[in-house]
Design a protein around this ligand. Sequence first.
Ligand SMILES: [Zn+2]
Ligand SMILES: [Zn+2]
Length: 210
Amino acid sequence: MGVLGADLTLKRLVLGQMAVNCYIIASKKTKKAFIIDPGDDFLDIKKYLDDNKLEAEFIIQTHGHIDHIAALKEFDLPIYIHELDKDYLTDGARNLSGFMGEPFELKGKEVKILKDNQVLEFGGNILKILHTPGHTPGGISIILDNAAFTGDTLFASGIGRTDFPGSSTDALIKAIKEKLFTLDDGVVIYPGHGEPSTIGREKKENPFFE
Ligand SMILES: [Zn+2]
Ligand SMILES: [Zn+2]
């Protein structure tokens, strides 16, 4: 099997000033899709969906920082986010947009709460939610087939910043060791910024885990 099941396609769009990775996963069969972290540039996301005749059904947030959520206002889709990051959607101080002079506070959207080990279904595929806090209290990773979408928890050769209010280095290291490094070595990680890697490579080469 490839990284994703044979029916699924994966597209990465790099969006906004912070170069966030937005991922769009779609079914070749049904043309339905879901979006992970629509961080900016709504029109780029819409163009990809339109060009490929895809219909997005829902959005999942790996966490609630502004560089991952900025395009949410433009969508009329349910938004999944971990319960501990829910307030980030409506609080410009917590989502860090306040520092950039234009507080982002979402109103009038359907927000659905995620918990650790929750399972979502997408066209017969299973999305498993792992609570991987530390960068933010409600950070999650999303496991789909042999892919792990790790947000700002784990990067290729790096880990998320923990100098924000609500961050915890200890929690982040623990979550990566106990929840991500226990996945198969061949699982491909798709982080919130930068290039993909694998669990095996990060276990061996990530300088934060010697
Ligand atoms: Zn972040
Ligand atoms: Zn980020």
